[in-house]
Write a protein that binds this ligand. Sequence first.
Ligand code: C2O
Ligand code: CU
Length: 545
Amino acid sequence: MVSLIWFSGHRPDLSPACARGSGNVPGRRAASGCPVVDRRRRYVVRKWLFRGLLLLIVLGVVGAGVGVWVLTRPPIDTVGEVSFDRALAVPPLAPSTVDKDGRRVFELRAQAGQTDLGRGEPSATWGYNGAHLGPTLRAKRGEQVVVNITNQLGEDTTVHWHGMHLPARMDGGPDRPIRPGETFAPRWRVDQPAATLWYHPHPHERTETQVYRGLAGMFLIDDPDTDVATLPHEYGVDDIPVMVQDKAFDDDGQLTESGRFGSEIGILGDSVLVNGVPGPYLDVTTTLVRLRLLNASTARIFNFSLSDGRPFTLIGSDGGLLDRPHQVERLMLSTGERAEVLVAMRPGERVVLRSGPPAPEGDFATRRFQGGGDRFDVLELRAAATLKPSPAVPSTLVAVPRLDPASAAETREMRFSTRDINGRKMEHGRVDAVVTRDSTEVWTVRNGHGTPHSFHIHDVQFQVLARTDGGPVPPLLSGWKDTVYLPPHEGYRVIMRFTDFADPATPYMFHCHVLRHEDEGMMGQFVVVEPGGAPQLTTHHEHGG
Ligand code: C2O
Ligand code: CU
C-alpha cells in the first residue's frame, strides 16, 4: 500500500525541464519539444497496470491468509476449561389438571424473557412458561391430554410433539401456525411405549431461530407395560433430563445466530448448556444415575463419552427402551435424537460427560466446518460420599417387536442433497408421499453429498433395517427411532407402520433435523389416507389456522 501511495504521487518519466513546461496542451507537442501526450498516456497506463498488479498481490495475500487460517484454525475445544460451578437445573414437571372429561390439561405459554446464561449480563431468550426452555410434560399411556398453547411472541409459532404418535391436526406442523396472541389447544390420546420425547416450535422458516432462542422442552411418556420398575425413575433424583445445546454469544452476552464461518449447517456455538445452564454439575446420590440425553441443538452433533473412558449402559432410544441394555463407550446423537443411559458411580468420585469429535476421521469439510472436530466438557457428575444402592441393571428390558420388511406395502427412496429431498424443496400445497393407514413402508433415506444431514419423520417411530453401505448398525439404532443421523454419503433402510390416524386434509412432515436445512426447505409432506383414499390438502398456512 505504501508503494501505491508513493507511486501515485510521483511522475518518474518527465525530465525537470519538461515537467515544468507551461505549454502542455493535449494533442500538441509543447514549444519546448517535450513529448507531452505520449508520456502522459504511458504514465497513466503504467499507473493502472501497477495498481492492478498490486491489487492482485493484495488479494492473493489475503486469500492465502484466509486459506491458512481455515486450514489451521483449531477446532473448538473446551475440555478442561469448564469450571462446573453451577448446579444443573432440572426443568420442573409441568403442573396439570384433570378436566370433567378426565383429560389431563397442560398450559404452555410461549414468551420472551431474560436469562443468566453465564455471560455477566442477562441474555435475551425465549421460553415456555418462563424466560428460557420449557417444563417437562409427563403423561401415561392411555391418557387423553390437552395442551393449551398461548402465543405471547411477536410472531407465528407452533408446537410440534417430536416423536409422538398423534393425529396430523394436533402435530404442530408449519401448515397450522398459532398467530401472536392466539391460543391453540391440541388434544390426543397418548398411545405408545414409555419414551423420552420432546416438544419444540415448527413454524414456516423460523424453526431454527425459535428453538435456538430457547423454545424446547421434554415430554415423558410412562407406560406400566414398558416401564422397567428396577430402572432409576425418580425424576430429578436418579432420573435426570439432560437437554444439551450449543450457543454462540456476542460481546454483549447476547445469543448470535450468524453461524460459524464456513458452516453449512447453521449456528455452531462454542459453549454448551445443559438444561440452559453453562458449566453444570449434578450431585449424584445413587449408585446408578439415568440420564435422558436430548440433543436439542439446531445443528451440532454430539459424540458423548465419560472423561475416564468408562463404559456406560445404553437402555433407550428415541421411541423407548431397547430390548436389552448395551455397554457403550461412545454415543453419537445428531440434533433431535434422544438416548437413555445409565452411569454407574462410586462414592465420592467425579466424572465428566464429554462430547468428543463426532467425525474424527470424517471428511475434511465436516471436520473443519461442520463442528466434526470439536470437543466439549458438558456435565460433571459428582457422587456423594455415600450412595444409595440402585437395583442391578436388568439383563433384558422390553420386547421390541420387529417389523417385517416382507409385509411392506410400499418402498420409497429419499435422497437428501443440497437443501432438497429428491431434488425438491418443501411446498405447502404439494404432497410428497401418500400413505395408506395401517400399512407398513420401507424407506431408504440417504445422504447424497458431503454435508451432514439427518432424517426425521412425524407420527411414527421406525426401525432401522440396514445401513445402505452394508456397514454395522450401532446399538442406538436397534430400537424405536424417529430421527437418524445421515453422515455424508451414507444412509439407512428404515421400516415403519402408519397406524390409527388418517386425514386427507392435513399433512405430516418428514425432514432434515438440521434446523437451518429444514427452514431452507429440506422437508417434505406426507398424508395418511384410508385405503383407496386421496389427499385433499386444506392448507392453513396462508390464511391462518
Ligand atoms: Cu423435531 Cu419436524 O421436528
Ligand atoms: Cu440437512
